[in-house]
Design a protein around this ligand. Sequence first.
Ligand code: FPP
Length: 252
Amino acid sequence: MGEGSIRSEAIPRHIAVIMDGNGRWAEERGLARTDGHHAGVDTVRKIVRAARDLGVSWLTLFAFSSENWNRPKLEVDELMKLPEEFFESELPDAIENGIRIRMIGNRDRLPSHVLSTLDEAIEATRGNSSMRLTFALSYGGRGEIVAAVHRLLQDYDLGKLDPDSLDEDRFAEYLDHPELPDVDLLIRTGGERRVSNFLLWQLAYAEILVTDIMWPDFDREDLEAAILDYQSRERRYGKISAQVRGEGGSAS
Ligand code: FPP
């Protein structure tokens, strides 16, 4: 990981997090997996505050994937309690500190108590702009892309889309949340080296940091270390080093 202190002018604009390892954290302590998820909520509280203090503009947290519906019903039911647990204590803080709550994912499958909790938070923080905190719930990246293709085809049928005008920017307008910017830094806790169908479109140029730390143990210092590591990297977007450093780097 990088050393030194964080440069405030180079904070990643959009950090996305795959919060993995709750179950293993609990099992290692002889606790129920669901205890790990509740401990994970505490980490969400800490990391949201830390990201806000560091000046992160967009923080997107993978709280429940489309595939997580396949878990045992008891665990799914417990996971569905977490948004209420979080917002009960954190909504006042979000309102006070300019955090705007957002949600991405398939609303159709979520229970009404989850939707009403989220909608209340989204509504109460609509005017805020210091940090956008997005919860991905019942979310899958492939599903988001397929839904975009459906909308695109509808526009094509209606004669509203000229195929020749279709480029990456135009396609992105059809995503569920076109305003969600590209991810700069993806953090995955729990040690697995996978993207797990998260933000497939938006991760195209993300720097990826995998840490063995389980999500309930991840803290402010770990977030700072991840940002420091990010700041030590050179983002080349397909170019060569000399070009990025402004030294031309022509082939001749
Ligand atoms: C993956 O760990 C984690 C989840 C499926 C749930 C993540 C949710 C939270 C951390 C809290 C969400 C908070 C709000 C406010 C909605 P895992 O169970 O797969 O862990 P394992 O890989 O060790 O089994």
